[in-house]
Write a protein of this length. Structure first.
Length: 367
């Protein structure tokens, strides 16, 4: 039988209920604070005024680390993940590996986020999304749907960087134009050597030079090493038009991960994305039967960034003493994860496919 741990996760912010004095938490359904004891709800004023981009080069020398006045850093001795909690809170388990071997550190909480994408999927909805997902694992063992055991599910804000930059690129390309000639060659047909004349395609190449200028806005890169890229890529995209000004109320009742990919490394990842987009833009700009890029020299000006938080439900389940991780997008409800595979189901599917292909091949003339 399945089992879901219904305990509240460790709060990251205390907001006292005006009715009963309990600690209110952010409610993804009402998009406000809600007391889990008496049900009192408090509205959060949603704003999007913090549109300021931070200068990248200045931040490398002197970043805004005032988040450390609000948060303490807890580090997992097992997987190395760092989680942020209020100064008066303690952590009881690691969201990313489940270990209880975590302790407070003196590490700086780092650059404070500018924007946050609040949870819109509740814990109950996330669990239901997962159950539907696991019920559709066709290649999983048949008894998986009844025998898996789900672990505690935690709502966690995952750090991301977004980068802006004005780029100017000078490039060299080789452009090929097709032309055709008639050629005669000797072939072996019906046991005899014969000469055949046929049309053959050739390419005439020329070298061209050009410039490509483009402004890149909000290039998104993950700032976490603790969530597998393969899993998180499958729950993307996030709808970034839902980003709001960072307020501690949105984190109440949820966890926040400290970025493990620093700003400079984040820019390197963003630059790789920008470079790929520039090359694709050049290929679209130049016309020819074939276009090959020889060289691109790009300057990156006015580099700015923002630190943002995006919502994920993180959990795992066990089956046959093995642990399988899964994620649920806290905004859209999209699920990704790993699941056991039934070898027999895979073999059966392959055999049926081969059989069908064989039948089609045998009767293709009749069909």
């Amino acid at each position: 039988m399945t089992n879901v741990d219904n305990e509240f996760i460790e709060e990251t912010e205390v907001n006292q209920c005006s009715s009963c004095g309990g600690n209110t938490v952010y409610d993804p359904i009402s998009r406000g604070l809600k007391c889990p004891f008496c049900g009192t709800e408090v509205k959060i004023e949603a704003t999007r005024e913090n549109t300021t981009e931070h200068d990248y080069l200045d931040a490398l020398d002197q970043a805004d680390h005032n988040w450390s006045n609000e948060k303490r850093v807890f580090k997992c001795d097992n997987c190395g993940a760092e989680t942020l909690l209020d100064n008066d809170k303690i952590a009881d388990f690691c969201t990313f590996c489940g270990s209880s071997h975590i302790a407070v550190t003196e590490n700086d909480a780092g650059i404070k986020p500018a924007l946050v994408l609040p949870f819109q999927i509740s814990k109950e909805e996330a669990v239901e999304k997962f159950r539907k997902w696991i019920s559709k694992r066709y290649f999983a063992p048949s008894r998986l749907k009844e025998d898996y055991e789900m672990k505690k599910i935690s709502g966690t804000y995952i750090p991301y960087w977004t980068f802006d930059s004005q780029t100017k690129s000078a490039y060299t390309v080789r452009i090929g134009t097709y032309y055709y000639v008639m050629e005669t060659r000797t072939v072996h047909r019906d046991g005899k050597m014969q000469q055949v004349t046929e049309q053959v395609r050739k390419i005439r190449w020329r070298t061209e030079y050009g410039t490509y200028n483009k402004f890149f806005d909000d290039v998104l890169v993950k700032a976490s090493r603790n969530v597998a890229s393969g899993l998180i890529n499958k729950v993307e995209p996030f709808q970034l038009n839902g980003l709001l000004d960072y307020k501690t109320e949105y984190l109440s009742g949820f966890l926040a991960e400290r970025y493990s990919i620093p700003l400079k490394e984040g820019w390197f990842s963003a630059r790789a994305i920008i470079d790929r987009r520039i090359r694709n833009g050049i290929l679209r700009k130049e016309t020819g039967d074939e276009v090959r890029i020889v060289k691109v020299n790009t300057s990156y000006d006015d580099i700015t960034f923002k630190h943002i938080l995006l919502p994920l439900w993180i959990s795992s389940f066990t089956f046959n003493n093995n642990v399988y991780r899964f994620l649920v997008n806290g905004q859209t409800g999209k699920v990704s994860g790993t699941a056991p595979i039934s070898v027999w189901k895979v073999m059966f599917t392959v055999l049926v496919t081969v059989f069908v292909i064989g039948i089609v091949y045998l009767f293709k003339d009749v069909l």
